[in-house]
Design a protein around this ligand. Sequence first.
Ligand SMILES: Nc1ncnc2c1ncn2[C@@H]1O[C@H](COP(=O)(O)OP(=O)(O)OP(=O)(O)O)[C@@H](O)[C@H]1O
Length: 250
Amino acid sequence: MSEVILEVDGVIKRFDNFTAVDGVSFQVRAGETVGLLGVNGAGKTTLMNMILGLITPTGGAIRAFGMDLQKNRMEILQRANFCTTYATLPGNVKVRNNLEIFARLYSVPKPKQKVAELLDLLEISKLAEKATGQLSAGESTRVNLAKALLNDPELLLLDEPTASLDPDIADKVRKLVRHVQRERHPAILYTSHNMRDIEEVCDRVLFLHAGKILAAGTPDEITKHFQEDDLEDVFIKIARGGPVTPPKSP
Ligand SMILES: Nc1ncnc2c1ncn2[C@@H]1O[C@H](COP(=O)(O)OP(=O)(O)OP(=O)(O)O)[C@@H](O)[C@H]1O
């Protein structure tokens, strides 16, 4: 089995008296893509933000590359990267310049060449000289994805990377993720409300509900577990408060 890259161990996050993440444990190995699913408010972003070290867990531990996140955040973040619609790049700076600045922050060798390659890979070379703040939501997502790939991360956190993309571009993003999986074998944690994304790119799925992992397995196992036709139906069942344990066999 490949190396464990990310370990989330009994992680809890409370905001005052409200528990947003309630004792979550899982691992992501090198070369594996794990989908984090859940209805609005399930705790996905809170979990991602803890893994990025942006907020501190109330309890439990997060380790990456065998190191404790609290103690080794900078070392870990040099080998990791993320794409989220919530963090935007400086708006008054041109796309190319923004990416080159981030490439230097990540100590990327030959930063100009790397940025040109990623602009080409994401088919956004024509946006290079535009101010980042003037991009459409979909363009901005692709620029954020380019940023996320600058340091060839061994741990990649993708928070709804296809939100706000049209179906054509969303399809290209899924192909790009598969390309990165094949070429570089990172550990990827991927959240999406688009079940097609999850079915196409994820090896395993964690279903988060009210801050707890309700079910874990391959998309196929989860679908069978809930006796539904596909993940979308499982999602709807959970969202509407249907039975969350598998019904007894007849
Ligand atoms: N800073 C905060 N203070 C208080 N409550 C918070 C805070 N951040 C998140 N929450 C609450 O924690 C819960 C989980 O939020 P989170 O953003 O993690 O959900 P999510 O699964 O990412 O949802 P979505 O799919 O809508 O993005 C929500 O009920 C939210 O209101």
